[in-house]
Unconditional design. Structure first.
Length: 580
């Protein structure tokens, strides 16, 4: 069973613009009717030239000039109304796809190529919009002309019309065959340009690493190879198009030659007047333009079909983390968190957490300790539902987090990651990220708690200082304190600190650590930390190993057990460092 074309899925977006479409269609109708009059006017001019009646020649030429003027007005109308409808459709589709991407889970973005997503949201959607614009006025106009003009030609002389159209089925078959092959080649070309875009995004994002490893030559060669593949795919598509036009053009020429031969024979037999033949030739000349456009539009349609498919591939991606139909709004919580028999695996045959249970009382600081791969980061990522466990449940104040809306859940969890992400915008906008209305007093208070107010005030523009992409004009410690301020502004009852000081120098670490201690007061906090000072002050330390809690207790209790934690401590203490 053949899959329904994705072009049909665009119709609802286009039909919402029916007022513009209706106006455009009326202009198309006017354009076609005036075009139909042109062959008749050409015949009348020819007749009066033959009779030497210059006054009537001038009259019919004047009508012809007026017809071209009116035709141009209708053409302008059809273009402007249809482009308005297609651009609105592009806007709706782009917003819909972008909103849908935000519903997908982190698991999707971990494997998706950023450059490819960017290309689909920009170039692919723009290409579809261009074709919809062309099809919406050129296609309808061409189809109408291909109906009414041959009908007029039949009216003038049916024998000539049959002769001139006898090659039409062959041309249509050839165009269809070329179009299907072009679709295959266009898909390959689109995939290649997406790969190229993804490579550029990847390299420019990691340009510091490229330079650090002196890998410029390696990356240049990698880019050259991808560019070569892109060039090869594009060349194949263009070569096919270049083959199609002379083949179809030759068949058109054969049709025209046949037309002149049969027309001359008809005139010699007295079955066709010369002015009728001129009118007929004018109709044929007018008909060639929509035929050429239909051939060109069909090729572009097939090329854009690859883009349409790529767009709806994104729309068909299903989020792995979903809200229930009647999801609740999580009320203001006290901060009690319970993991009950939670199991999770990124790949089903490789479990990361195994029937893990824990209880965090309101206001407790829970430190997570363990070797790399023990499941620490996975555990805290389940709390804001970045992922859902395969088994077990997670409760906040006794409420299953799967029963509440993601927005109300995440608004009550402040997260300070190890690698701070800042966005292009002002410092104030970054601290109040996600909030449409900026409360500058609250922003400043959050910055003070985060030890960020002092360095922000030193900038000439203060909180209005513009940050470049990823905050490149700030130090690591400054970025981290802005991230803390961003979390504080939410005034969350739950906090997640994911190795928030591990990449900082000692001076920055002291400022950040002081800010974190301020932030953690009266909040339930999950801390992933290598620093002993952070872990030592925790109310409860959970030692994770292979996705299970193997030890729990505070610092002194765990040292007294002489178990896994004590071994960690002794190893690090002997090295004279405060890092696990």
């Amino acid at each position: 069973m053949k899959k329904r074309s994705n072009w049909l899925r665009l119709l609802p977006y286009l039909l919402t613009e029916w007022p513009s479409l209706l106006k455009g269609f009326l202009c198309i109708l006017g354009f076609v009717l005036v075009t139909l009059a042109l062959p008749y006017l050409a015949g009348q001019v020819s007749l009066n030239i033959g009779q030497g009646n210059l006054e009537k020649v001038a009259y019919w030429l004047g009508l012809g000039t007026l017809a071209f003027l009116v035709r141009g007005i209708f053409q302008y109308g059809q273009n402007i109304f249809m482009i308005d409808a297609s651009l609105e459709m592009v806007l709706s589709v782009r917003n819909k796809v972008y909103a849908h991407l935000h519903k997908l889970g982190l698991d999707y973005f971990e494997v998706a190529k950023t450059g490819d997503l960017t290309y689909r949201l920009t170039a692919d959607i723009d290409k579809v919009g261009e074709i919809v614009d062309k099809l919406s006025h050129q296609f309808v106009s061409n189809v109408l002309q291909l109906i009414v003009i041959p009908a007029y030609m039949f009216y003038l002389n049916w024998q000539l019309t049959i002769a001139s159209l006898i090659l039409a089925p062959l041309m249509a078959t050839l165009v269809s065959m070329f179009g299907e092959k072009l679709l295959i080649l266009s898909r390959r070309s689109q995939n290649q340009i997406s790969n190229l875009s993804a490579l550029l995004t990847e390299v420019f994002s990691g340009v510091r690493v490229v330079k650090a490893f002196a890998a410029q030559d390696y990356e240049v060669k990698r880019f050259a190879q991808e560019a070569k593949e892109n060039r090869r795919a594009r060349y194949r598509a263009e070569k096919l198009k270049a083959t199609q036009y002379p083949v179809v053009g030759f068949l058109q020429a054969v049709s025209i030659m046949s037309l002149f031969f049969i027309g001359g024979w008809q005139i010699s037999q007295g079955n066709l007047a010369s002015e009728e033949f001129v009118s007929y030739l004018a109709a044929v000349a007018i008909l060639l333009h929509p035929i050429d456009l239909m051939t060109s539009n069909y090729n572009e349609f097939k090329q854009a079909e690859a883009s349409v498919d790529r767009i709806f591939e994104l729309m068909d991606e299903k989020p792995t983390v979903k809200e229930t139909e009647n999801s609740l709004t999580l009320p203001q919580v006290t901060g009690k968190v319970e993991f009950s028999e939670v199991s999770f695996a990124y790949k089903l045959d490789k479990p990361v957490l195994r029937k893990l249970s824990l209880l965090a009382e309101p206001g407790q600081i829970i430190a997570l300790v363990g070797s790399s791969g023990a499941g620490k980061t996975t555990l805290v990522n389940l709390l804001p539902r970045f992922y859902d466990p395969q088994d077990g449940e997670i409760l906040i104040d006794g409420i299953d987090i799967k029963e509440v809306s993601l927005k109300s859940l995440r608004r009550q969890i402040g997260i300070v990651p190890q690698e701070t992400t800042l966005f292009s915008g002002t410092i104030a906008q970054n601290i109040a990220y996600g909030q449409e209305e900026l409360d500058y007093e609250a922003i400043e208070n959050a910055a003070k708690i985060a030890n960020a107010h002092s360095f922000i005030s030193q900038f000439s523009q203060g909180y209005q200082t513009w940050l470049g992409e990823r905050g490149v004009n700030l130090s690591g410690g400054q970025k981290q304190r802005i991230a803390i301020a961003r979390a504080v502004l939410l005034n969350p009852r739950l906090m997640i600190l994911d190795e928030a000081t591990s990449a900082l120098d000692s001076e920055s670490e002291a400022l950040v650590q002081e800010a974190l201690e301020r932030v953690m007061k009266n909040r339930t906090v999950f801390v992933i930390a290598h620093r002993l000072s952070t872990v030592r002050s925790a109310d409860c330390i959970l030692v994770l190993e292979k996705g299970q809690v193997v030890e729990s207790g505070n610092h002194d209790q765990l040292l007294g057990k002489q178990g896994r934690y004590a071994k960690f401590y002794q190893q690090q203490y002997a090295k004279g460092t405060e890092e696990f």
